[in-house]
Ligand binder design. Structure first.
Ligand code: FPP
Ligand code: MG
Length: 300
């Protein structure tokens, strides 16, 4: 990652020292191992590296988009170096990821990753469009999270498969497996926003950003017209008022919004586990099961 530009080197050091849970590369390796008797190839290492680079790029850009000043328990890049620099650092990480594939002729992996990047950008834009119109329903919510989050975890699992078993059905099967985990992952992430736990990034900001997520969408569909209008008015006109946002959160909790989101999340978890059931027993399959359950049980 090192370059002649010392500013860039300082920032990449900062990023490397604050790495996250590295769940995505773990999915690449575990899928590759489950499908290939515990062996991984060089391609799996490169694929895992590319995924982590692209993921980091997307978070650096996302914190600009969301104007968020915390990430992984520390200041975000935009908080420390401002938006201009954060946008360019994101671009740099993205191009380094792409080049790692190109320089090694991993064009099949590059395709998987490029589709994910395109879908993430589409998902973020769809989310902005819907936040402006405040007309998001469950189908749109699932479409947003499938694109902005699940597509990259789907890419991890299909890339893990493609790294050891290119051009097989396993690549599509594992893509589907990853997509289910990714949807559950984002529902969990959206549930954190309703909590007060310290998770390394701000909570309670989705409503402020007029981002409507599953707990709120469900409650909007089930409450009286009066409460529905109060909720919409709160999000439309009082989203920057912390007291009003707290009242919205309280109502969503009282009306079972969180319980509903948890039950939906568990449906996706079960579907993912059912796909794993089709594979013969192995240590790596067990580890993947642990990972699926971790996505749902994690504390940050
Ligand atoms: C986090 O969502 C953000 C994403 C899952 C995707 C971000 C994608 C882009 C900005 C476009 C792709 C860009 C590149 C360079 C690959 P969130 O804001 O709901 O979650 P958070 O609470 O972690 O911020
Ligand atoms: Mg964000």
């Amino acid at each position: 990652m090192s370059t002649n530009v010392s500013l860039l080197n300082r920032i990449t050091h900062y990023l490397v020292n604050r790495k996250g849970k590295q769940m995505r590369p773990m999915f690449v390796f575990l899928v590759a191992k489950m499908l290939n008797n515990g062996e991984v190839s060089e391609r799996a290492y490169r694929g895992a590296s590319v995924i982590e680079l692209i993921h980091t790029a997307s978070l650096v850009h996302d914190d600009v988009v969301d104007d968020s000043n915390r990430r992984r328990g520390f200041f975000s890049i935009n908080a420390l170096w401002k938006n201009k620099i954060a946008v360019l650092v994101g671009d740099y990480l993205l191009s380094k990821g792409m080049l790692l594939c190109i320089d090694n002729n991993d064009f099949d992996l590059l395709k998987i990753i490029s589709v994910a990047v395109r879908e993430m950008a589409e998902g973020e834009l769809l989310q902005i469009e819907k936040a402006r119109l405040l007309d998001i329903d469950e189908a749109v919510y699932f479409s947003i999270i499938r694109k902005k989050t699940a597509t990259l975890i789907a890419a991890c699992c299909s890339l893990g498969a493609a790294s050891v078993k290119p051009n097989t059905n396993e690549v599509d099967q594992m893509r589907h497996f990853g997509e289910l985990i990714g949807i559950a992952f984002q529902i969990k992430d959206d549930l954190f926003d309703y909590g007060e736990e310290r998770i390394g990034k701000p909570t309670g900001i989705d409503i402020k950003e007029q981002k409507m997520t599953l707990p709120l969408i469900h409650v909007l569909n089930t409450v009286s017209e009066k409460e529905h209008d109060w909720l919409i008015n709160s999000i439309k006109n009082h989203n920057k008022n912390p007291k009003r946002v707290k009242e919205v959160i309280k109502l969503v909790k009282e009306r079972g919004g969180l319980d509903y989101a948890v039950s939906k999340m568990k449906e996706f978890q079960q579907q993912a586990l059912e796909i794993l059931d089709k594979y013969p027993p192995s240590d790596h399959k067990n580890s993947l099961k642990l990972m699926v359950n971790y996505v749902i049980d994690r504390k940050k």
